[in-house]
Write a protein that binds this ligand. Structure first.
Ligand code: UT7
Length: 336
């Protein structure tokens, strides 16, 4: 058995900054409301006519991660991509990444676990590396939300939160069992699937082609719905549980955490978790203020930024934790 270790990281966000004040021009909202409830000041949304898609943004982030890993693109043995906003209904964007980066015909897997998607993808990659099947795996989270949001006052409870972007890591074989990913922890509770969802394409309800056929501007069933307060309450509980589960599995205490990278769902959620684990401002990294919630991309973007800023050092205990639609929640305990 091997361990797996992150050897390269990268992220990409579109240039176009949309501030809360910009949003007040298209919907009834305010900078005060958005900052007070979520901590978000601005987010990136692609502009009309942009070439950015979930796949191209993912590829840009991945290219940086591969360069920083110091390996050749053809040393990549497998690709795993997490998203809830694929370019096509099918195929998933994993294969597009293989094509855009001109990587040889390795396997490409798509993960559909929304905000927990990156941690799920990392966990899958970790298992392949542990067994020795693959040596270098590209793990990506990428989201293009801005095309699918209801940007009118009707959709303001959801649309102000989400942003576009992508993050990627190269996960590689590590011989030292005390280094790299120590454990991952995955959970789901489908009972609450409809508390945060795009309901329309659900099998047995309405298939996506029916909606396209109707093309009804008043049909909001294809834009995200969220029972915000219910999701918030569950998020706070599950974040705490899944971080604790990871620490206990490795006989670690909350004092051992050097850096927590929580999924950037809401700054208030991150602050609850920070308080619960008695972490200083240097022991948690948040960037939701600049990017909004980028779902599967939020953890790899935050992880990359924290690493670029020298906030993560060799030997540090880094904890990743996520909660979101499904419900799904997950954590990863990493010795850097
Ligand atoms: O990443 C996946 C996991 N996601 C999360 O963890 C998100 C969890 N939930 C949340 O972060 C919060 O619930 C939200 C930020 C989404 C919403 O905050 P809230 O405090 O739960 O607000 P609310 O939805 O209960 O709405 C309160 C009021 C309502 O008005 P009334 O009915 O009290 O008159 C809304 O219509 O705020 C109104 N409102 C807004 N006002 C201005 C909702 N959205 C907006 C807006 N601007 N953008």
């Amino acid at each position: 058995m091997y361990n797996s270790k992150i050897i390269g990281l990268g992220f990409y966000v579109p240039d176009n900054i949309v501030t809360n004040d910009d949003l007040t021009k298209i919907m009834d909202t305010s900078d005060e409301w958005v900052q007070e409830r979520t901590g978000i000041k601005e987010r990136r949304w692609i502009t009309e006519g942009s070439d950015d898609t979930t796949a191209t943004m993912g590829a840009k982030a991945a290219k940086i991660a591969i360069e920083r890993a110091g390996i050749d693109k053809d040393d990549i043995d497998f690709i795993i991509l997490a998203t809830l906003s694929p370019d096509y209904y099918f195929p998933g964007p994993g294969v597009q990444i293989q094509h855009i980066l001109d990587i040889k015909t390795v396997g490409a897997l798509d993960v559909r676990n929304q905000c927990s998607g990156f941690v799920y993808a990392l966990s899958v990659a970790d298992q392949y590396i542990k067994t020795g099947m693959y040596k270098n795996i590209l793990v990506i989270g990428s989201e293009l939300h801005s095309r699918g949001l209801d940007k009118t006052t009707r959709g303001r409870g959801v649309s102000v939160i989400f942003g576009d972007g992508a993050g990627a890591v190269v996960l590689s074989r590590e011989e030292n069992p005390k280094k790299g990913i120590l454990s991952t922890h995955l959970h789901s509770q489908g009972e609450f699937a409809e508390e945060l969802t795009v309901i329309a394409p659900a099998m047995g309800k309405r298939w996506v082609t029916d909606i396209l056929k109707d093309n009804d501007p008043d049909d909001i069933s294809y834009t995200p719905y969220m029972n915000g307060q219910f999701v918030f309450k569950n998020a706070v509980v599950r974040f705490n549980e899944v971080i604790m589960e990871g620490l206990l599995t490795n006989n670690l205490k909350k004092e051992d955490i050097d850096m927590l990278i929580p999924h950037q769902a809401n700054l208030r959620i991150s602050q609850f978790v920070q308080k619960k684990f008695a972490l200083t401002d240097d022991q948690i990294y948040n960037n939701i203020m600049q990017y909004g919630n980028t779902t599967a991309a939020s953890i790899p973007i935050a992880l990359t930024e924290a690493w670029e800023q020298g906030k993560i050092k060799e030997g540090d205990l880094v904890v990743l934790a996520a909660f979101g639609s499904g419900f799904t929640w997950a954590s990863a305990i990493i010795r850097w």
